[in-house]
Design a protein around this ligand. Structure first.
Ligand code: CTP
Length: 400
């Protein structure tokens, strides 16, 4: 696992798992990284700054000012290609979730622009407390990456969940993130995202609450895997940033149908994450509809189902993925869409799950594939959910 040339800030906080961090520093350096270590005051009770200075070959930073020296937290945040907070205590986790800034670790975290990986460590009861769960959900919503706790012997003597991931696993996690192995290099991918607006008249429309965040996260994850991505985006204030993504802006379901069907001719992968209107007004008034009677009836007609349309023309070698946002009988409805739309995978999310669906920065998804047991993933950031979806797409393509 190579981290060659990567600059990593490792922040160590007050948990017994801190005793493993000199080993973690060694592994990071062995993988090719340059490491700067930050410690909180509490961390110093569990690991010696001298040990961390020795293995990292850099002075350990403990406070915003060390005597006469000003530790520029903004410079540290900008220097880093990644920040790892390991172990992340329950206290630091709560501070990160709420934007507190009473030490150097929090200041660097708040000013860092790089990806941030958080490896919590705490006793099982603390880990299972609803406030910890809420804090995890909040920090994931900010786009941070979670390196999950493991099950095993805890400092309290109890056995349960809450152990920090082993240093080897933390390094592997980063290695995968920075992997130069781009499994979709040169592959053409198509993604739809966002809502559609169906105009009633020049000033009104029928729409939905989709923000486009999930579809854009999928487009970004595909681009990071090397794919050339065409993103067909409905009306959304969100934007894709990766240089491999070409965005086509559309407004209505009809426009999305035309742009998507055209782009599908060149695509080897299509992920339809848009929340497309199922019905549109039978007629669009040329002028603003004036208020007259006490009731107003609108005649609506079905829009074309883009996913089902692509399912009909799909060729061998093309992988087609749909989404299903459900509120009840989730698995049964999603399984029906998988078959009826001839998709290779359906990404199902339920509005019943807290933190899932429109508007959130997190999502909880279940993946359905023909002839396979559904795979349910935990609540995670939309970026991590998108990376998991792309991992499954790569797996599907290996089986072609
Ligand atoms: N979809 C589409 N074109 C439409 C409607 C939906 O391409 N006109 C796609 C969505 O992008 C998604 C999948 O079909 O990938 C399922 O969308 P969803 O709204 O969950 O289901 P519908 O097929 O619209 O069925 P229903 O609204 O009855 O659940």
């Amino acid at each position: 696992m190579s981290l060659k040339g990567k600059k990593i800030v490792l922040a160590v906080t007050g948990s017994i798992a801190a005793y493993k961090t000199p080993h973690l520093v060694r592994l990071l350096i062995k993988a090719g990284a340059e490491v700067q270590v930050l410690v909180t005051d509490a961390a110093k009770s569990f690991v010696s700054p001298l040990a961390l200075t020795t293995v990292s070959k850099n002075p350990v930073h403990g406070s915003i000012s060390d005597g006469d020296t000003w530790n520029n937290h903004v410079a540290l945040g900008l220097w880093a290609d990644a920040m790892i907070i390991a172990p992340c205590s329950a206290n630091t986790l709560a501070k990160l979730a709420h934007g507190l800034c009473d030490n150097l670790v929090c200041a660097v975290y708040l000013s860092a622009r790089c990806p941030i990986f958080i490896a919590p460590a705490m006793d099982e009861d603390m880990w299972k407390h609803p406030s910890t769960a809420a804090n995890i959900s909040t920090i994931l919503g900010y786009g941070n990456h979670l390196i999950p706790v493991t099950h095993g012997e805890l400092a309290s003597g109890l056995v349960g969940e809450g152990r920090m991931a082993e240093p080897e696993d933390i390094v592997q996690h980063l290695g995968f993130f920075f992997s130069v192995n781009k499994p979709l290099q040169g592959v053409h991918a198509l993604v739809t995202a966002g809502p559609t607006y169906e105009l009633l008249d020049p000033v009104r429309f029928i729409g939905n609450f989709s923000t486009g965040k999930m579809g854009i996260a999928v487009a970004e994850a595909l681009a990071q895997s090397g794919a050339e991505v065409t993103l067909v985006l409905g009306p959304s204030t969100e934007r894709a940033v990766h240089g491999n993504i070409k965005t086509i802006h559309v407004t209505s379901a009809d426009e999305m149908y035309t742009a998507t069907t055209e782009a599908f001719k060149q695509a080897e992968i299509a992920v339809l994450a848009a929340a497309v209107a199922d019905y549109k007004p039978a007629e669009q008034a040329a002028d603003k509809i004036k208020k007259k009677e006490s009731t107003l009836s609108l005649e609506l007609v079905k829009t074309k189902d883009i996913l089902a349309g692509l399912g009909k023309i799909k060729q061998p070698g093309q992988t087609l993925i749909g989404f299903a946002l459900e509120t009840n009988n989730e698995l049964a409805y999603a399984a029906k869409k998988l078959v009826e739309k001839n998709a290779d995978m359906i990404v199902m999310n339920s509005l019943k799950d807290e933190g899932a669906g429109f508007g959130h920065d997190t999502n909880k998804i279940t993946l359905l594939k023909p002839g396979k047991e559904p795979v349910s993933l935990p609540l995670q950031s939309k970026a991590d959910a998108a990376a998991a979806i792309v991992g499954h797409i790569v797996e599907l393509r290996c089986a072609l």
